[in-house]
Ligand binder design. Structure first.
Ligand SMILES: Nc1nc2c(ncn2[C@@H]2O[C@H](COP(=O)(O)OP(=O)(O)O)[C@@H](O)[C@H]2O)c(=O)[nH]1
Ligand SMILES: [Mg+2]
Length: 245
């Protein structure tokens, strides 16, 4: 199946060249769409240089308001329009192992809408993350699954493969998250619209060695607020019109 990997980047100059080279080695048939938010550290420029060398890599340089969600949605829109059948996503900081990419892609089929590289199923895990991030992620996931009534252990993993057929049924422009809440929002909308099975495949997440995390309190707060609001709408009907479609 024709597959593309979306890589949202912001200030990943220390990782991007090695990352793209590694993905090309480990998943040679997967085309790549880097979606950068005009990173001050010239990530897009570095990506363009390596793209010219490796081929089958497109770099989108966004200039509007930056955000993981908006960048991912723009890239998904482009990927759908370009006719890819599987659309994968991955972080550029080596937290996600490029060697696992082809496995996640291979699990997408006509029944499966989304394959999540999951830290919280048997065989999965997290190494060298500070205690605060571990607790936040684990409890955040338990809370998200409870609020959204999802039987998913890792709603917030950005290492994924979607079937394009399912994505076509989502009104991406209508989604509301700005930050990583986008990941829960996508799982939620796929489940609500019954677009297909959601499968979790174990991954071992490794904290980045280079560059800085863009996680901040605003992004954490957004996640809490949205998930709580959607959970209340599901149970009480209040704010139902704000549920993602
Ligand atoms: N385009 C874009 N990418 C982003 C943005 N924020 C984070 N990313 C990318 O999303 C991925 C995950 O972000 P990261 O900072 O590592 O988050 P963490 O792993 O949760 O600490 C990385 O590839 C980042 O460069 C953003 O605002 N715009
Ligand atoms: Mg990271």
């Amino acid at each position: 199946m024709r597959s593309v990997l979306i890589v949202p980047t912001y200030n990943e100059a220390a990782n991007i060249e090695r990352f793209l080279t590694q993905v090309r080695t480990d998943a040679p048939n997967v085309e790549i769409l880097v979606v950068d938010d005009n990173s001050p550290d010239q990530t897009a420029k570095i990506a363009e240089t390596i793209a010219a060398k490796l081929g089958s890599i497109k770099v989108i340089n966004r200039t509007g308001q930056r955000g993981y969600a908006a960048a991912s949605r723009d890239a998904m829109h482009i990927a759908i329009e370009s006719g890819y059948e599987v659309i994968a996503t991955m972080d550029a900081d080596f937290s996600h192992d490029p060697k696992v990419l082809t496995k996640l892609i291979s699990l997408v089929n006509s029944d499966t809408a989304l394959v999540i590289g999951s830290r919280y199923v048997p065989g999965g895990g997290v190494t060298n993350w500070p205690l605060f991030r571990r607790v936040l992620s684990k409890w955040g996931n338990l809370y998200t699954a409870f609020c959204l009534r999802l039987k998913i252990k890792d709603c917030t993993s950005g290492f994924r493969a979607y079937s394009a057929t399912s994505l076509k049924n989502i009104d991406l422009a209508n989604l509301t998250a700005d930050g990583y809440a986008f990941l829960s929002e996508m799982a939620f909308v796929i489940s609500r619209k019954k677009l297909g099975v959601i499968v979790e495949s174990p991954i071992v997440y490794v904290d980045r060695a280079f560059g800085d995390s863009k996680m901040n309190t605003r992004i954490m707060r957004e996640s809490m607020v949205l998930v709580t609001r959607w959970g209340l709408a599901l149970r009480t009907g209040i704010g139902r019109k704000h549920l993602p479609r």
